[in-house]
Design a binder for this molecule. Structure first.
Ligand code: CMP
Length: 140
């Protein structure tokens, strides 16, 4: 497997509890390299665009409220098989189902306040990275 990039968000529940460094430590321990990172306040429009695939879901409004409720840290992670590796490192969406040692098992509060987002496929990774980063902001 070639070196791949994935997009990550450290969500407001984590930034609020000062856990950015703790989450990054798990990411780096898993062999992923943080090649771009910035702390932002997501606008409503950015959140609605980012999660547009979930627009018809009953939790869409709540999800966008949450993602705009405080700072998030958007990141590009690079490494061998980065998309699947990061999904393993994050653990299941619902922390109740997440494996020991995963980011969501360690830090997440609920299925909504679940600490981290990671891309699910190469196409979405490229799209998500392009929504938040210019090419020259990513330094591998
Ligand atoms: P994420 O990986 O960011 O992608 C979609 C998000 O929707 C997911 O993480 C969860 O945080 C959120 N989500 C999924 N199911 C629910 C739910 N039942 N209630 C609230 N949020 C949800």
């Amino acid at each position: 497997m070639a070196i791949q990039r994935t997009f990550s968000i450290i969500k407001p529940d984590a930034t609020k509890r000062n856990l950015t460094g703790a989450v990054n430590a798990v990411i780096e321990k898993a062999g992923l390299r943080i090649v771009a990172q910035k702390r932002i306040l997501m606008t409503r429009a950015q959140a609605e665009t980012f999660y547009s695939v979930h627009a018809a879901r009953p939790f869409f409004g709540e999800l966008c409220d949450f993602m705009t409720s405080g700072p998030v840290v958007v990141q590009v992670l690079e490494g061998e098989n980065a998309i699947a590796t990061y999904r393993d490192v994050m653990g299941a969406t619902n922390p109740a189902n997440a494996a020991e040692g995963t980011i969501r098992k360690l830090f997440a509060l609920s299925v909504g306040e679940n600490t981290a987002h990671g891309s699910d496929a190469p196409e979405t990774a490229a799209q998500e990275i392009a929504q938040f980063f210019a090419g020259n902001e990513i330094v591998g």
